[in-house]
Design a protein around this ligand. Structure first.
Ligand SMILES: Nc1ncnc2c1ncn2[C@@H]1O[C@H](COP(=O)(O)OP(=O)(O)O)[C@@H](O)[C@H]1O
Ligand SMILES: [Mg+2]
Length: 449
């Protein structure tokens, strides 16, 4: 499922258009993100001396719970091309985390970029790889013919072509063959020294053991052999140094780090004395150099974070962005507010996104032969109820739609297998019938919805 163009080449309006397919409203946030992303492409086109001066437009997304902050991040990551990682700021306040572990986000980002580049190389060479795999599978199927010579040559060719046909048709899938497996010598080498945290050391150990392993023989079906051989051929094509360089370049020039729940590490006023807050401020101080631009050691080399784009996000119900330490505030010059979602937003969220929840339920139940149709009035009713429950209970934004739909369709989901071949139309009445008593009872709805 190759998606659209590289994030690199997309104009701001194309990025917004893509985000619109999944996220309702929040156009200001979409625009700001799109511009920040585009700015990096623009920066890449600048002459060297100016380019070094242009800093990324880091931003903080501020908006109520369930308004689409994290969803925006997820969608950006799905637009291909730029390495992307999402971390929870609170993760770094957990016991056991100390200072430099914050750098793990950059190491992880580098790992993601490597996978990405490797996958691209394989995809771009898929044809060559498949052709090689086919030849090797034929060698396995026809070993006895390998050393025959002379007049047999022609017959050999014929047999091989016949086998090729059959192989393509899938006639040999379950046939067992014996072949040599070369254990994957870690294609990325073992340059861990200097980088070293525990993960790196473990990785290095396992690639060392792999290197010492002798090729082994194993027997398996053609189907499985194809997978193994394909992987081997993919690895052969990959030049570790080139891949490393490309991944590093992408991380440094196009990488995006999304720091979620940053409000949870901000100090709300008047609470400055508890131990919790000290550790929160500590995390801010740990994050600061990475956002300011520093060099992080990874097992793939040193990564400079100066031009990585940081997008932070939080509800800021209790704390405010101004509760962050000033140096960190200064590194996130853009503030974008996301709106509280309205009933009409909820209606749209239910049906419009490409991956909408109603579509998901429809597809799930279709597998049981049940055709669920959501009539317009039911959508309105669900949206209204979600809004109401958000007002009376805790406001969890669009997340409320999930709990409501789940509850409403519980019965149907359970008995779907008995309804095969039928069409079930969900109406406003149906919604009220299924949810009526739950909503009337405040206590009940607090637990169920
Ligand atoms: N504006 C929106 N458009 C479409 N879906 C949304 C929107 N806001 C929230 N959602 C849905 O609600 C869920 C929770 O949203 P999320 O982005 O995780 O909230 P938060 O703002 O708290 O990070 C998401 O999985 C998404 O499906
Ligand atoms: Mg979130």
């Amino acid at each position: 499922m190759k998606m659209l163009k590289n994030l690199d080449e997309m104009t701001p309006s194309q990025i917004v258009e893509e985000l619109d397919k999944y996220i309702i409203g929040q156009s200001q946030a979409k625009r700001t993100i799109a511009v920040a992303i585009r700015n990096r492409t623009r920066r890449k086109r600048l002459p060297d001396e100016i380019r070094e001066e242009v800093a990324p437009k880091n931003m903080i997304l501020i908006g109520p719970t369930g308004s689409g902050k994290t969803e925006l991040a997820r969608r950006i990551s799905h637009l291909s091309g730029a390495p992307f990682i999402k971390v929870e700021a609170t993760k770094f306040t957990e016991v056991g985390y100390v200072g430099r572990d914050v750098e793990s986000m950059i190491r992880d980002l580098m790992g993601i970029a490597l996978q990405m580049v490797k996958k691209e190389v394989s995809e771009n060479n898929a044809e060559t790889i498949e052709a090689k795999v086919e030849e090797r599978l034929l060698d396995l199927l026809l070993p006895q013919l390998d050393n025959s010579t002379g007049s047999l040559e022609e017959g050999k060719e014929k047999t091989r072509e016949k086998f090729r046909e059959l192989l393509k048709k899938g006639s040999f899938e379950e046939k067992e063959v014996e072949f040599q497996v070369t254990p994957a010598a870690s294609p990325l080498g073992i340059e861990m020294f200097g980088g070293g945290n525990m993960d790196d050391i473990q990785n290095a150990m396992s690639s060392l053991t792999n290197m010492l392993k002798k090729p082994t023989k194993r027997t398996c079906t053609i189907k499985r052999a194809r997978e193994i051989i394909r992987e081997e051929e993919q690895d052969k094509l990959i030049d570790p140094d080139k891949i490393n360089d490309e991944a590093k370049e992408r991380v440094e020039q196009m990488g995006i780090v999304f720091i979620d729940e940053i409000d949870k590490i901000a100090n709300a006023e008047g609470k400055n004395n508890s131990g919790q807050d000290v550790s929160r401020e500590g995390v801010q101080r740990d994050i600061l150099p990475i956002v300011e631009g520093t060099k992080v050691n990874t097992k793939w080399g040193v990564v400079d974070t100066t031009h990585i784009l940081f997008i932070a996000s939080g509800a800021f119900h209790v704390s405010k962005p101004s509760d962050l330490i000033p140096e960190l505030q200064g590194r996130f010059p853009l503030r974008v507010e996301l709106n509280e979602l309205t009933v009409s937003d909820f209606e749209k969220i239910l049906i419009e996104p490409k991956n909408s929840i109603t579509m998901q339920y429809h597809e799930l139940l279709k597998t049981e032969g049940v055709d669920v149709q959501f009539r317009e009035d039911s959508i309105t009713r669900i949206a209204e109820i979600a809004h109401e429950v958000n007002n009376t209970n805790e406001n969890i934004g669009a997340r409320r739609l999930y709990t409501i739909l789940e509850k409403m369709l519980e019965e149907l989901s359970f008995s779907a297998d008995t309804l095969t071949g039928q069409t079930v139309t969900i109406t406003a009445d149906y919604v009220d019938k299924r949810l009526g008593n739950v909503i009337q009872d405040q206590d009940l709805s607090r637990f169920i919805l």
